[in-house]
Design a binder for this molecule. Structure first.
Ligand code: FMN
Length: 202
C-alpha cells in the first residue's frame, strides 16, 4: 500500500463514522426544525408501528416539566374500531386523520404542575400543566420528523367525546390530538413574524 493510502483510508472511515453519528436520519437539528410542517394528508398504505410509537413517547418524556412532575399522558389510538369512532368527534379535523393509523390524544394531570401541596404556586395555575404538555409535544413532533414521520397538532376536538371514548380520568385535562403518519404532500412553510416583532432585548 502506498504511503498516502495508509493515511487517507483511515481518515475517510473516521469522517464517515462522525457524519453518520449525527442523528438517525442524518438531519441536522436546524434541518429538522425547518422541514417539519403540519401535514393534513397522509399515505394510507404506510403504517407506523407500536414500537415506533414507544420510541417517540420515550423522547417526549425527556422534556423538562415543573419539579419533574411529568404530568403529561399520551393515549395512542391505533385500533381500527377506535380510529373509526374518532371520526365523528374530530369535527373539521376528521378528514386530516382519515388516513393515519396512529392518533395521539394528549392530556395533563390537573392540579399537579405548578402546584405545591395542592396550592397553585402563582397566577398561572394549571397553565403550567399545559405549558409542560406543549413542551413534551414539541419534543415529540421533532422526534417524529427525525424518524421520517409527519404530524399535525389539532386543538379543534371534542374533549368530552375523547374522554368517553378513551376512558380518560376526570383529573386529566384533554389538550391536543396529534395525527402521526407518513405525509403525502409537504405543505409550504406558513410565514413567520419578523424576529424584531417577537424578540425584545432590553
Ligand atoms: C395548539 C395548536 C393547535 C392547532 N390546531 C389545529 C387544528 O385544529 N387543525 C389544523 O389543521 N391545524 C392545527 N394546528 C396547526 C397550525 O395551524 C400550524 O402549526 C401553523 O399554521 C403553522 O404551520 P406549521 O406547523 O406547518 O409550521 C394547531 C397547532 C397548534 C400548535
Amino acid at each position: 500500500m502506498k504511503k498516502f493510502e495508509v493515511f487517507v483510508w483511515p481518515l475517510a472511515l473516521m469522517m464517515l463514522v462522525v457524519v453518520s453519528g449525527c442523528g438517525n436520519s442524518g438531519s441536522t437539528f436546524d434541518q429538522l426544525v425547518s422541514e417539519r410542517r403540519s401535514v393534513r394528508s397522509y399515505d394510507a398504505t404506510k403504517k407506523v408501528t407500536e414500537d415506533e410509537v414507544r420510541t417517540l413517547i420515550a423522547t417526549a418524556q425527556e422534556a423538562p416539566s415543573w419539579a419533574n412532575v411529568q404530568g403529561t399522558s399520551y393515549y395512542a389510538v391505533m385500533s381500527q374500531d377506535k380510529l373509526q369512532a374518532l371520526q365523528p368527534i374530530m369535527g373539521s379535523n376528521a378528514k386530516n386523520i382519515a388516513d393515519v393509523n396512529v392518533v395521539l390524544v394528549t392530556t395533563f394531570k390537573q392540579g399537579a404542575s405548578g402546584f405545591f401541596d395542592g396550592q397553585a404556586s402563582n397566577e398561572l395555575g394549571d397553565g403550567w400543566g399545559a405549558f409542560d404538555n406543549g413542551l413534551s409535544n414539541a419534543f415529540l413532533i421533532l422526534k417524529a420528523k427525525d424518524m421520517g414521520f409527519d404530524t399535525l397538532i389539532m386543538g379543534l376536538r371534542d374533549a368530552d367525546g375523547l374522554r368517553r371514548l378513551l376512558d380518560i380520568p376526570n383529573d386529566e385535562v384533554v389538550t391536543s390530538v396529534i395525527a402521526l403518519g407518513y405525509g403525502k404532500a409537504v405543505p409550504n412553510r406558513p410565514m413567520r413574524k419578523q424576529l424584531h416583532e417577537i424578540l425584545h432585548i432590553k
